[in-house]
Design a protein around this ligand. Structure first.
Ligand code: NDP
Length: 264
């Protein structure tokens, strides 16, 4: 297959802005929260977005709700069923996108789960789930996209980590452990990679989403209710991703931390 080059487009949302590259952007965990906001923002900016998650009904609804913006910008949203814990699934997600769109410019590794609990609750299956989605899922994406980026001589990895990649709180030992790992893996990737491939870690603070719905331990759920009172909208994280993508190709935004002003 021949590898196409990104097109130059004028953003319909920002008609006076300089032309931006129309990129093929893959977003994991795009069926709700931050991933859905990132996908919608990038479609509105004219990018070709392949939106992956298990809940394909949600992805189809997102394609519907972004159709008008897509028509204005020339962008598009393509739903794709994806389970990031399945290595073959992630490989097919990346390969199918490349086959259909000719190239893959960006992989936003966003899919995540956060069933917080104290370690002495011994919710070991939930620990495994966090490791599978938040760490193995990220690694599966890197394994699938690295050869594509190497062959193209360009690409951009964006990892959605967390404030939990920078500090640990009670009930967050395993979740924060997975996010420290995501941070470390992404930083190691940055150091190893050829400079033609960019790497960005975005670490959100508390953001309004469905993330806390995975908490089953009553105490952790109660604490999270108060903690999330000052949550900001997922669009704030979409702006950060958009900013990183929009930089000139010789500029790599390595890390962005975005949290509510009222979060300490
Ligand atoms: P949501 O629960 O709203 O979104 C999580 C997304 O991950 C969903 O789209 C879900 O899709 C997807 N997902 C979960 N498991 C899998 C899987 N096995 N395969 C594919 N997709 C999966 O939460 P957020 O939007 O908040 O979370 C997005 C990211 O942001 C996560 O990595 C989270 O850790 C991080 N984050 C969030 C913060 C917050 O306060 N909201 C703060 C810091 C970081 P589906 O179930 O359809 O597969």
């Amino acid at each position: 297959m021949t590898t196409q080059q990104p097109e130059h487009i004028q953003s319909a949302e920002r008609p006076d802005a300089r032309p931006v590259d129309r990129k093929v952007v893959l977003v994991t965990g795009a069926s709700s929260g931050i991933g859905a906001a990132v996908a919608a923002r990038l479609v509105a900016e004219g990018h070709v977005v392949v939106a992956g998650a298990r809940r394909t009904d949600r992805l189809r609804a997102l394609a519907g709700s972004t159709a008008e913006a897509a028509a204005r910008s020339g962008g598009s949203l393509h739903p794709a069923r994806l389970d990031v814990t399945d290595r073959a699934d992630v490989a097919a997600f990346v390969q199918d996108a490349r086959d259909h769109h000719g190239r893959v410019d960006v992989l936003v590794a966003n899919a995540g789960v956060m069933p917080l609990s104290r370690l002495d609750s011994l919710l070991v299956d939930e620990w495994d789930r966090m490791i599978d989605v938040n760490v193995r899922g990220l690694l599966h994406g890197i394994a699938a996209a690295l050869p594509v980026f190497a062959a193209q001589g360009s690409g951009h990895f964006v990892t959605v980590a967390s404030i939990g990649a920078h500090e640990v709180v009670p009930t967050g030992a395993v979740y924060c452990g997975t996010k420290y790992a995501a941070w470390a893996i992404t930083e190691g990737l940055r150091q190893e990679l050829d400079p033609s491939v960019r790497v960005t870690t975005v670490s959100p603070g508390v953001v309004d989403s469905e993330l806390a719905d995975t908490i089953t331990e009553a105490g952790a759920a109660e604490a999270m209710h108060a903690y999330r009172a000052h949550a900001i909208g997922p669009e704030a994280i979409a702006s950060a991703v958009s900013y990183a993508l929009a930089q000139p190709s010789d500029v790599d935004v390595n890390e962005i931390v975005v949290r509510p002003v009222r979060q300490r």
